[in-house]
Design a protein around this ligand. Structure first.
Ligand SMILES: NC(=O)c1ccc[n+]([C@@H]2O[C@H](COP(=O)([O-])OP(=O)(O)OC[C@H]3O[C@@H](n4cnc5c(N)ncnc54)[C@H](OP(=O)(O)O)[C@@H]3O)[C@@H](O)[C@H]2O)c1
Length: 392
């Protein structure tokens, strides 16, 4: 963790290129306004009256406690409805299996959890891979409310929760182990239950859209680079530099780990973005093969699935961390573990502006456009993060 204290450069990134729309509804709620806000949102049904075909014929009633410890009771909380709007799938498949449901039970919380009113949620490739059934063997039971990343407001706290209070603006990846029994009740819903240890206070300078896009991707970038042994003065090649993880891996490599040289790959139209993020060498993968460039790196961070090629450009004694695809020695597979502590530490860099979130210019997708958002992410061409906002 010492690398977190070795910041060197300060980037001046031209992110106006990807400016986010200013959300129209208030983003700073105070506890006293929860009641009316929630009563209002629980009665709002107009958003989906134009898409009746997306509703399941029989509303799915799934219980949050199907995989949880005894239910927690709490006092003096805002008014929370018993049912909520959520996206749900009951069978594995492509985006078509997603159904909008207005009658999903609001999750109960355990002693170590908080209930979050979701303001924005982000999609990650793991969401559609899980929905396709690729992790069936270790998945929780269907039906599933998908969604790992959340930014929202705490509306209820369990009795063992120490760090958060009702009204806190928080963000996090709600699944500690991405592929092992991920929650049945994800973040593509009005409310989601999350362990305290997986959350951090939302960086003060970021809106909910920006914050929602960070957790899983920035934790993957940070933990992956750390496990690969990146440290000050070393070089790194990021394969997939323009994606949700890659855009953060580039910035963390420079700003947090103090890498001396950062190279990254993307298609032609995204090379300028890579440079704005701080890369020393932007490689156009449509025109050249990175392994033909005669340069070797201490670390290769593979967010594309090109380990067989990545191992050819790593220095002797260096490492290749592999997020996806087949692994060739000496590469090693890495799967993220969600941690609020990582987010708390990285908040320093986010609040100082040294590390910036990048939200895809097509975003945010509205809650009613969640199926389109999944289809868009699945194409593998997103620039930065795909975020859903507002959540009713
Ligand atoms: N193991 C883990 O814990 C973990 C955690 C997070 C993510 N992942 C995995 O890591 C991968 C990346 O995740 P992500 O969230 O960054 O995905 P993403 O945001 O969907 O990545 C999209 C980006 O990938 C780039 N890309 C596609 N093919 C490329 C290629 N051949 N060379 C260079 N760039 C390419 C695209 O840029 P162009 O349009 O320029 O091609 C696009 O900007 C996914 O497979 C995901 O499942 C694993």
């Amino acid at each position: 963790m010492e690398t977190l204290l070795t910041t060197t450069n300060h980037l001046n990134l031209p992110f106006s290129l990807f400016s986010n729309p200013t959300p129209s509804s208030p983003l700073s709620f105070t506890p006293h306004c929860f009641s009316s806000k929630f009563k209002h949102s629980s009665r709002t049904t107009t958003l989906y009256t134009t898409t009746p075909s997306s509703k399941p014929s029989t509303p799915l009633r799934i219980s949050a406690n199907s995989q949880a410890a005894p239910m927690e009771t709490s006092t003096s909380t805002p008014t929370i409805p018993s049912d909520m709007k959520a996206w749900v799938y009951g069978d594995y498949g492509g985006p078509d299996v997603l159904k909008f449901d207005t009658k999903v039970l609001v999750p109960e919380i355990n002693k170590d959890q908080v209930l979050v009113k979701v303001v924005a949620a982000a999609l990650n490739p793991v969401d559609f891979k899980r929905m396709l059934g690729k992790f069936k063997a270790s998945d929780s039971n269907l039906p599933t409310v998908p969604g790992y990343d959340v930014a929202g407001i705490v509306v209820k706290v369990g009795s063992q929760v120490k760090s958060f209070r009702v009204g806190d603006e928080v963000y996090g990846d709600i699944n500690e182990k991405a592929l092992e029994n991920p929650k049945q009740f994800g973040s593509l819903a009005e409310y989601t239950a999350v362990e305290e240890k997986l959350l951090a206070l939302k960086p003060k300078n970021l809106d909910f859209i920006q914050a929602a896009g960070l957790p899983l991707a920035i934790e993957t970038a940070y933990e992956g680079l750390e496990k690969a042994g990146l440290s000050a003065g070393k070089s790194v090649l990021v394969l997939g530099g323009a994606g949700g993880v890659g855009t953060l891996a580039i910035q963390l490599a420079k700003q947090v780990f103090g890498a001396s040289r950062v190279a990254a790959t993307s298609s032609t139209g995204k090379l300028e973005l890579l440079k704005s993020l701080g890369v020393d060498l932007a490689i156009d993968y449509t025109k050249e093969n990175f392994e033909d460039l005669q340069e070797k790196y201490d670390v290769v961070f593979d967010a594309v699935g090109q380990c067989d090629r990545a191992v050819k450009v790593v220095k002797e004694g260096g490492s290749v961390v592999v997020l996806t695809g087949a692994v060739t020695a000496p590469g090693f597979r890495f799967v993220v573990t969600s941690s609020g502590n990582f987010l708390k530490k990285l908040n320093l860099y986010l609040e100082s502006g040294k590390v910036k979130p990048l939200v895809d210019p097509k975003c945010p997708f509205s809650f009613s456009q969640t199926v389109e958002a999944f289809s868009y992410l699945e194409k593998g061409r997103a620039t930065g993060k795909v975020v859903i906002y507002p959540i009713p």
